[in-house]
Write a protein that binds this ligand. Structure first.
Ligand code: FAD
Length: 357
């Protein structure tokens, strides 16, 4: 079978690209190892920017929004908490299964072919399994087979776990736990969906043990527990007639693990510059890649901090709540970090001094 474009992976990135390219007239195939689309473990917390981009790509409204989030509670290691936002809708929670399926169905109706339960193992130049292609796109997630096969660089991984629980919480606020005892190298979260909460954490090691401890602290019963991986670091964007998008390329914010925006944006920019992969990379780096680099730098600093530092942060965060509310943006967190640094030079100098010495 001959195709212009073979896309490996029917997640957000792959479905989105299949939509745009099939509408442009490219003969496109999506190969997905799972029997169903949208079975990915995900908090589903996204910005309005993501919803707008998604609806632009689909050229129709999504029905996958299940909750609106007005703010966040940050819980510090000594249990002190700060409430940020609260003034307006700052984010949305989506039903990932529906979100992904809407996209796949739309791509199929635009002419894209889908092969489900089709795990791609053998990839050769211009051919994978029995599919001949002109261009190959790796949209196959964090542990990308395409990236491995074409030596497109290595990334680190965080293991992530999430389940669902009935909880008596504010339905329009997410909760973030910053505590090295809960997760030594990331954070834990509660994302309300309206009738149930998504409870999870990410860390490199002892995932299940740490999660069990966390749900014990919360005193909740958790069901539907699933695990996944978050890539930390970017890979090469392309090599010859092969390009990567989404998690496969590592286009995830290292500060939050959020990758839906990167997955959608990379598919849009790749499609816009299809065939000119150099330009795709250039445009992505300009729009969002620089931000991802800043997130990687911020994560390096985060890893050097301890619980005492987090507790010292409490006072500064509380004093700067207006800045956080004004400049907070879940896709571009460096904006608020920059404003925070400008307003707290003494604190930042002390912190940097501590990190150096
Ligand atoms: C626990 C957790 C919570 C998260 N919460 C959020 C959040 O709240 N907000 C946010 O923005 N991001 C979140 N993310 C990240 C987000 O889920 C990803 O960034 C997003 O799914 C990336 O989409 P993708 O299409 O690039 O990859 P994926 O969604 O991983 O899709 C890749 C697809 O490729 C398929 N595949 C892989 N290998 C093969 C193969 N060899 N052959 C055929 N098919 C293959 C897979 O089955 C999968 O369907 C979270 C991640 C985790 C793990």
């Amino acid at each position: 079978m001959q195709f212009d474009v073979a896309i490996i992976g029917g997640g957000i990135a792959g479905n989105s690209l299949a939509n745009i390219l099939s509408k442009k007239g490219y003969k496109t195939i999506v190969m997905e190892k799972n029997a169903e689309i949208g079975n990915k473990v995900c908090g589903g917390l996204v910005s309005e920017r993501v919803i707008n981009l998604y609806e632009k790509i689909l050229d129709s409204k999504t029905n996958a929004i299940i909750n609106e989030i007005r703010g966040a509670y940050i819980i510090f290691p000594d249990k002190k908490q700060i409430c940020i936002g609260g003034d307006k809708t700052h984010a949305y929670v989506i039903d990932r299964k529906l979100f992904d399926n809407e996209m796949a169905e739309m791509a199929m109706s635009s002419g894209a072919e889908y092969k489900l339960k089709f795990r791609v193992n053998k990839i050769r130049k211009n051919k994978c399994d029995n599919i001949n292609y002109k261009w190959l796109i790796g949209a196959d997630g964090a542990r990308s087979t395409v990236a491995k096969k074409f030596e497109m660089g290595k990334v680190e991984y965080l293991n992530a776990i999430q389940g669902e629980a009935k909880m008596n919480i504010d339905d329009d606020f997410v909760t973030v736990f910053i505590d090295k005892k809960i997760s030594p190298d990331f954070f834990a979260w509660i994302i309300p969906t309206g009738n149930i909460a998504r409870v999870g954490l990410a860390t490199k090691e002892n995932l299940r043990i740490r999660f069990n401890k966390f749900i014990k602290i919360l005193n909740i019963n958790v069901s539907n527990i699933k695990v996944g991986q978050i890539p930390i670091g970017m890979r090469r964007f392309y090599r010859g007639n092969v390009a990567l998008i989404g998690d496969a390329c590592g286009l995830v914010k290292a500060t939050s693990g959020g990758g839906i925006y990167g997955a959608l944006l990379s598919s849009e920019l790749l499609a816009e510059n299809f065939g000119n992969f150099k330009q795709y990379k250039k445009n992505f780096m300009k729009t969002f890649g620089k931000e991802l680099k800043k997130c990687l730098f911020a994560r390096k600093i985060f890893l050097k901090l301890n619980n005492k530092d987090f507790m010292d942060f409490y006072k500064n965060v509380k004093e700067n709540i207006e800045i956080i509310n004004k400049y907070g943006d879940i896709d571009y967190p460096s904006n608020v970090i920059k404003k925070f640094i400008i307003s707290n030079p003494k604190f930042i100098i002390e912190l940097l001094w501590k990190l150096i010495t």
